[in-house]
Ligand binder design. Structure first.
Ligand code: DLZ
Length: 164
């Protein structure tokens, strides 16, 4: 998590594997667009910064965070990406909807990770208000999109290092 104690946006570039040969899918929720576009920009820039080729980054939108799981599954089933980064933002309202959406994404992405050889990255911001979301989408707590990209690169590299 991006906190003042540990903020992956300030990562050590010298310890990063090269993403030059990696292909990425990025699934972006349209709900809370201002935040999710900032997350996408962070993820995209970080992938490029680490050697990914723009042609090897596929961006697709889903209506809301609840659809991230299905969007990510489509990416895995219909493309040859090496990792899928799921980006969404759920802001708590007055109803229990927040919990259902967050729990659906948590369970969905966990299941995908256990079912497919490629990694699916949980880039979902879950906050009490808009300001907390802004703080984590390029604000004082970094950008969870950057973190998603860093995590994706590291997980692909790990998988490749073990693959026979
Ligand atoms: C319905 C809904 C609500 C209330 N809040 C959010 C939210 O804060 N963030 C988000 O990404 N999506 C929200 N959604 C939409 C759901 O994720 C989903 O798209 C709909 O329930 C349709 O399945």
């Amino acid at each position: 998590m991006a906190t003042s104690l540990k903020n992956l946006s300030d990562y050590d570039k010298s310890k990063m594997p090269s993403a030059a040969k990696m292909k990425f899918g990025i699934v972006v929720a349209e709900w809370n667009e201002e935040i999710t576009e900032a997350l996408y920009q962070g993820a995209y820039d970080t992938l490029i910064e680490n050697g990914a080729h723009p042609d090897n980054i596929i961006k697709k939108y889903v209506p809301g965070s609840f659809e991230l799981t299905k969007g990510a599954k489509y990416m895995a089933d219909y493309t040859d990406v090496d990792a899928v980064i799921c980006l969404g933002c759920v802001i708590q309202g007055d109803t229990p909807h927040f919990d259902f959406v967050c729990d659906g994404v948590r369970q969905g992405i966990t299941q995908l990770n256990l079912s497919y050889p490629i990694p699916f990255i949980f880039g979902l911001i879950t906050t009490l208000n808009l300001q907390q979301a802004k703080d984590r989408a390029g604000g004082k707590h970094g950008n969870k999109g950057d973190e998603g990209a860093i995590t994706a690169i590291k997980m692909v590299d790990m998988g490749w290092s073990l693959k026979k």
